[in-house]
Design a protein around this ligand. Structure first.
Ligand SMILES: O=c1ccn([C@H]2C[C@H](O)[C@@H](COP(=O)(O)OP(=O)(O)OP(=O)(O)O)O2)c(=O)[nH]1
Ligand SMILES: [Mg+2]
Length: 145
């Protein structure tokens, strides 16, 4: 099933997001600005895009593995959450974990956006929860190997 994603370009240099290959999960997002990210620092980078998501979906802003591997640059709050009702400009929080300043250039693909279904719930407060095999075990309780 293919949904429609309404995209508004809110910056004169904005470019539409796109799937680099058929079958890709993520739509690549372009920067609309030049910005230098110093080692250890994070910067908010504008994409020039605003979107109207299909009902019942969210967009997740995820890192590009190439930037992570080659430059140690990733999305600080990954996956960033774009709420269905958000109509502002999508921005990407990039962090530079590398040793050199990283130059974001206009029209560089800085991140990717995955559209995903959202499960919404009604909260029911209770006093007890059902028994399970796992119980309260976590954080390595099942061992390493
Ligand atoms: O990487 C991101 C993350 C969020 N947003 C926008 C869309 C999202 O719908 C809104 C709020 O994001 P979030 O809920 O993660 O931030 P918050 O700190 O909880 O802010 P708010 O109180 O506005 O929800 O900010 C982005 O543009 N990029
Ligand atoms: Mg929030």
């Amino acid at each position: 099933m293919t949904y429609n994603l309404k995209v508004k370009l809110v910056h004169k240099d904005a470019k539409l997001p796109f799937y680099a290959n058929p079958g890709d999960a993520g739509l690549d997002l372009y920067s609309v600005e030049d910005k230098v990210i110093q080692p250890g620092e994070a910067e908010l980078v504008a994409t020039g895009l605003a979107i109207e998501l299909p009902e019942g979906t969210e967009a997740q802003v995820r890192p590009r593995s190439g930037l992570a591997l080659k430059h140690a640059v990733t999305v600080l709050n990954s996956p960033g959450t774009i709420d269905e009702g958000y109509r502002g400009e999508i921005k990407v929080i990039l962090i530079n974990h590398g040793k050199e300043p990283f130059k974001v250039e206009k029209h560089m693909r800085i991140a990717q956006m995955v559209i995903a279904p959202v499960t919404r719930v009604a909260i029911i407060q209770v006093e007890g929860l059902s028994d399970t095999t796992r119980g309260e075990g976590g954080f390595g309780s099942s061992g390493v190997k």
